[in-house]
Design a protein around this ligand. Structure first.
Ligand code: GRF
Length: 189
């Protein structure tokens, strides 16, 4: 199975996927929407081709998603793995990759969707939060859940310690989910 990872920023989750010897050979492409993103350097270091684009240079989402689709076809991509890709996926990509796009979100969806999910949970003073892997649909973090892991928020946690805890879990959790998908081609029921 050939994977494309989509990311916009630091790319620590991209790195966790690259560092897994069972996943690395399957990663054929990084798709990135930010020319200055640190994740690009990580891909270059790993020898993974990068398709980087600036949305504002296109007329609309359909135009850049069509170019992404061409890249996905070139590399015979089967599964798109979003890891901090800060854009909603539009009908062009969704139509071509139905139930073949997965995302990682740092909360126990359906609670705390959207941006700053860790901060949302922290400020809400809930006792636990977590991470979710889900298939992507047209909504913001609304697609069918594949797997979740809970993380306790302790009294002494700060935003920094909570963020660190969540990232530590993500870096173990997401590669495990991706491997499960690669092995079983889990479908949406
Ligand atoms: C992660 O917390 C992920 O859950 C969210 O975006 C963040 C990406 O972090 N979707 P990184 O770029 O992988 O370090």
């Amino acid at each position: 199975m050939n994977l494309a990872v989509f990311a916009s920023g630091t790319g620590s989750n991209f790195q966790a996927l690259v560092d897994d010897p069972a996943i690395f050979p399957a990663i054929k492409l990084l798709v990135c929407d930010k020319k200055t993103a640190a994740v690009i350097g990580r891909a270059e270091q790993a020898g993974i081709p990068v398709f980087v684009f600036a949305a504002k240079e296109y007329a609309d989402k359909a135009s850049f998603e069509q170019e992404i689709l061409d890249e996905l076809a070139y590399y015979s991509i089967d599964l798109c793995v979003l890891a901090g890709y800060m854009r909603l996926i539009g009908p062009t990509l969704l139509g071509a990759f139905q139930n073949r796009i997965v995302n990682l979100h740092p909360s126990l969806l359906p609670v705390f969707p959207g941006k700053d999910a860790i901060g949302q949970a922290y400020r809400a003073q809930v006792k636990e939060t977590g991470v979710t892997a889900h298939f992507v649909d047209s909504g913001m973090d609304t697609g069918p859940v594949i797997a979740q892991e809970k993380i306790a928020i302790e009294k002494e946690d700060t935003m920094e310690t909570l963020t660190e805890k969540i990232h530590r879990v993500e870096h173990r959790f997401y590669p495990a989910v991706v491997k499960q998908l690669m092995a079983s081609r889990k479908e949406v029921e």
